[in-house]
Design a protein around this ligand. Sequence first.
Ligand SMILES: C[S@@+](CC[C@H](N)C(=O)[O-])C[C@H]1O[C@@H](n2cnc3c(N)ncnc32)[C@H](O)[C@@H]1O
Length: 270
Amino acid sequence: MRRAAHQLLDNPKIFDDPVALRIIGKESASALQADAHQFETTPLSSYLRAFVAARSRFAEDELALGVRRGVRQYVILGAGLDTFAFRNPFPEGVLHVFEVDHPATQTWKRARLDEVAITLPGDLTFAPVDFEAQTLEEGLRDAGYDPGQCTFFSWLGVTEYLTTEAVMATLRFIASAPAGSGVVFDYMISPSLLNPAQRSRFDGLSRRVASVGEPWQAFFDPELLTRNLRALGFGYVEDQGPEEINARYFKNRKDMLRVGSLSHLMNAGV
Ligand SMILES: C[S@@+](CC[C@H](N)C(=O)[O-])C[C@H]1O[C@@H](n2cnc3c(N)ncnc32)[C@H](O)[C@@H]1O
């Protein structure tokens, strides 16, 4: 919904996703078109919308660089209503997409695609995996993933909902991919590193997600996470905090759209 709202509310857009409005379903799309501000309920809403757009943009920018160095598989972890597979810009046969998601979410998404008549492209494979109950390796192997191919992974809006052990196990698997592979993911910063104003925003958001039964569980210190990623075998590790993200994507805007201070993206290459 936030990616769809970004298409309607923000000019210039930093993430162009013509499928976003379609995939949310006719009813939600009409509601959003009638009043695109309806989800902008708190001052934090525009930060969230900006971050949701920025993380997808960053992942797809890095994916494009990866394809130039030989990436031939794109694994979208916790894909949700990600639409990349339905607007894949690369010529047929260049990039195979694997959408990995919790089986329940994936069943729901597939019903939605059917409902809104979005055709499944030939270079997309669904891989149902519950990160807490099954390894990514098993799930991908069953889906026909080739471990010998250079692969790019994105993992957006997911790590905070998992245990630290599950997050690190998945990153360990990604680190074993061939040289030239990489991952972009966002993560929640450890609350102990926040100042009182940031802590109060964190507590508000944390209560909200816990109240709908999906509590945040994994938090990271950017410096420690960087060291741990290097220890796993990633040769290139770049943390993008709010200043970097805003400088990269939200410079000189008249509308002042930008991400908030809790936003962190990690970019790690094998
Ligand atoms: C907030 S959504 C993010 C969706 C998408 N990546 C995006 O950026 O819009 C969180 C996603 O994580 C997935 N997820 C949460 N817990 C999971 C688990 N244990 N195993 C697999 N997927 C999980 C959900 O199914 C959902 O698709």
